[in-house]
Design a protein around this ligand. Structure first.
Ligand SMILES: [Zn+2]
Length: 399
């Protein structure tokens, strides 16, 4: 006797098969290109990698081909995650692991990537289908489940620690593109436990701000040390969802966040430029705050505190501090464009740039608010006086 869950799974499989059949009949199934075994920098129109390999010739990246040796896990294949996965696929990443339990809906069509004919398909399956057509050189592994349930979480842990390109090796980087607190906490827990580097991303519920954050367990603040977007107390998220009320989303904001996320992934993996520890985006003001966040020694997460101890021990074992200073100088000298490695945005400045918090469900706040408009006339105001203009001028001359 099959359980309800098994039957639901079977129904889903059959639905997906039906969609695939329909795609075939409508001619949506295009022939895929042949696999390319070696990335070439040959400048011919038929080479999908010529523009990427040109980064070497331009002196930006030393060894672009190395991208094929990396594995990235994308958790959440929604507005940000799907675009992120597409960018990585087009860049020729070695392997992608996709995690999501959602289905494609017509309500997703205001965003990039998914298409109306994919409605009803699981997001990971629809994504794999599209991405494989774009670049068959990439290896895909998809998981159509919610990582926050106990069994799935254990499987998720197993796959991120053994699902690398070379089976048995860990993935190189995990990208959190989820839209809820619970899933972020699950990723944070897994990464703190494994010492796995990850990047968190998010877009606010009002669709006009977002952020990315690099989390190196023990070295930079983890999600529990300082959650950047959803500053929620330990309350049940289901209570936050109100019937008929949904979060706003824009393809623009999601595209920008996916863009700055993948840009930093490329910089991190291919070792060029400076990887941002935290980069925010406020669309209302085109404000991009940047900062570096140290871990909180009193973080709630015990594995985070353990990773901090380990990091400090490793740092103490480093030969000498002077070496670090020399390295810092070199970075500064090469900084032709005057871009700061770590922005000096102080807490006061951040506070000043924020305004009133919009009306959101209890337990949620936005990462950025609209800075209070400074009235330009305000600064020019003078104290009222009974003196005439002539008298004022005369007084000024005396001064
Ligand atoms: Zn922490």
């Amino acid at each position: 006797m099959s359980t309800v869950e098994e039957l639901k799974l079977r129904v889903r499989e059959l639905e997906n098969e039906l969609i695939r059949c329909r795609q075939k009949c409508s001619g949506a199934e295009q022939p895929v290109r042949e696999k390319i075994h070696t990335m070439s920098s040959e400048v011919v129109d038929s080479n999908p990698y010529s523009r990427l390999m040109a980064l070497k010739r331009m002196g930006i990246v030393q060894d672009y081909e190395k991208i094929r040796s990396y594995t990235v896990a994308v958790v959440g294949v929604g507005g940000v995650g799907s675009v992120t996965a597409e960018m990585l696929t087009r860049c020729g990443i070695g392997k992608l692991l996709l995690f999501d339990y959602d289905r494609v809906e017509l309500a997703n069509m205001n965003r990039l990537f998914f298409q109306p004919h994919q409605a009803g398909m699981s997001k990971v399956e629809a994504a794999e289908h599209t991405l494989r057509n774009i670049n068959p050189d990439v290896t895909f592994e998809t998981h159509d489940y919610n990582i926050t349930t106990l069994d799935n979480f254990n499987h998720f842990m197993e796959r991120i620690s053994h699902g690398g390109l070379e089976e048995g090796s860990p993935v190189d980087l995990i990208l959190s593109c989820v839209d809820n607190f619970e899933a972020r906490i699950a990723i944070n827990t897994a990464c703190n436990e494994l010492g796995q580097v990850w990047m968190e991303s998010g877009v606010s519920e009002n669709a006009v701000s977002g952020h990315i954050q690099l989390i190196i367990p023990g070295e930079t603040a983890c999600f529990s040390c300082a959650p950047p977007l959803v500053v929620a107390a330990n309350i049940d998220e289901k209570t936050l969802k109100r019937e008929g009320v949904c979060a706003a989303s824009l393809p623009t904001t999601m595209g920008v966040v996916a863009g700055i996320l993948v840009q930093n992934v490329l910089k991190y993996l291919l070792k060029f430029g400076v990887v941002s520890h935290y980069l925010g985006y406020n669309a209302m003001q085109d404000f991009f705050p940047k900062m570096s966040m140290r871990p909180n020694p009193h973080c709630d997460h015990s594995h985070c505190r353990r990773q901090q101890d380990e990091y400090q021990r490793r740092e103490a074992e480093q030969p000498r501090e002077e070496v670090v200073e020399v390295e810092e100088e070199v970075v500064h000298e090469e900084n032709d464009w005057g871009i700061e490695v770590v922005s000096e945005v102080t807490e006061e400045e951040l506070k000043e740039s924020s305004g009133p918090v919009p009306d959101l469900p209890e337990g949620i706040t936005v990462a950025y608010t609209l800075p209070a408009q400074k009235d330009s006339a305000e600064g020019a105001m003078v104290q009222e006086t009974d003196e005439s203009l002539e008298e004022l001028m005369a007084r000024m001359k005396q001064i």
